[in-house]
Design a protein around this ligand. Structure first.
Ligand code: ATP
Ligand code: MG
Ligand code: FE
Length: 332
């Protein structure tokens, strides 16, 4: 079974070819156009998807050494995301399915982030827990099977990725700041500054308070020393990152205690964070968990994760009709 999958939910245009669950290609085109605006501009994202989608699909086919006629099904990201961005991928996939007379598979982006853990060996056995941390979501998911995922907890305000990007902005770093905070944090002292951690019940998260406490802290410090941020950048990055990771891992530990499941994965763009990756591994060793971390190309938005999810939907007979439309909302 050979599947062509397309991802266009935000500002990455991506295409992937998957053959019987093995990813043959995963081509990702980013969009530099948003950098000068300090965030993704939806209108510009849609236009860039329009420009990128055909070259990206061609590149994915070429790398996989295959062609359109040899594809058995077309998959696309249906939700959630920016509606104008989703429309481009959905419309392209539907047109292709119609022209080639092949089945169409609609994939949920957040399910795909979790199932990115099924791409490479060693793969987690079911059931497993997944901490999904991305630009728009922070969730603890219980994966019963590839097609049966249950959200046990999630953020009540900002996502973990937003916490990184918004504090990065306060530190004067360009968008998206997450990867830069990661980079500077590696040279800094994580214990240099402490920021309050929220007390949220259950397995839910909150990050808006952290952003505010960083803001007030920086305002007070720069009043006394206008160069405070520049002089303490690496320590500030390390301390903020440390706080975010503490908030995340506390809930992961709680989820393991509540469910008794000791296979723990991470997923989503923030799972590319080197501090989070090493903390998960370290905690896994301490606590006797089996931990799973996707390689970088499968953490941030990519069509490989859409393809692997589509493969499981194909096996489960979960197809969609040509009248399927995208949705910005994230209900499963
Ligand atoms: P969603 O999947 O919730 O719809 P999204 O697709 O925009 O949102 P992703 O592409 O999965 O999100 O992740 C992007 C986020 O990951 C951004 O907030 C970015 O700053 C963050 N990120 C990427 N790399 C790192 C890193 N190394 N450290 C911290 N954050 C990172
Ligand atoms: Mg992105
Ligand atoms: Fe994403």
């Amino acid at each position: 079974i050979r599947i062509l999958a397309i991802e266009s939910s935000c500002d990455e245009t991506s295409a992937s070819i998957c053959e019987n669950g093995k990813i043959l290609s995963n081509y990702i085109a980013g969009q530099a156009v948003h950098e000068k605006y300090g965030g993704v501009v939806p209108e510009l994202a849609s236009r860039a998807h329009m420009q990128n989608i055909i070259p990206v699909v061609h590149a994915a086919l070429e790398t996989a050494g295959t062609e359109l006629h040899a594809i058995d099904a077309i998959a696309f990201t249906q939700a959630p995301g920016l509606i104008g961005s989703l429309l481009v991928g959905a419309q392209f996939a539907k047109s292709l399915a119609l022209a080639l007379d092949k089945p169409l598979i609609a994939v949920h982006h957040m399910q795909a982030h979790v199932l990115a853990n099924l791409i490479e060996d060693p793969k987690p056995e079911f059931p497993f827990l997944c901490l999904t941390v991305s630009g728009g979501h922070t969730q603890i998911v219980l994966a019963h099977s590839p097609l049966h995922l249950e959200v046990l907890g999630e953020t009540i305000d900002d996502a973990a990725g937003e916490a990184f990007d918004k504090t990065a902005k306060l530190l004067g770093l360009p968008y998206p700041g997450g990867p830069l905070v990661d980079k500077y944090a590696q040279q800094g002292d994580a214990k240099a500054f402490t920021f309050a951690e929220p007390q949220i019940p259950d397995l839910n998260f909150s990050f808006s308070g952290l952003k505010t406490s960083v803001l007030y802290f920086l305002q007070a410090q720069t009043k006394a020393n206008p160069q405070f941020v520049q002089e303490n950048l690496v320590n500030l990055c390390a301390s903020v990152q440390h706080t975010i990771i503490n908030i995340l891992m506390k809930k992961v530990k709680k989820a393991v205690q509540q469910t008794g499941i000791r296979r723990v994965c991470i997923a989503g763009g923030v799972s590319a964070n080197s501090g989070l990756r090493s903390r998960l591994q370290q905690m896994g060793q301490e606590q006797g968990w089996k931990t799973f971390i996707p390689s970088f190309q499968y953490c941030t938005d990519n069509a490989g994760m859409i393809a692997i999810t589509a493969y499981h939907q194909y096996l489960g007979g979960k197809f969609t009709t040509l009248d399927a439309g995208p949705s910005a909302r994230s209900e499963w």
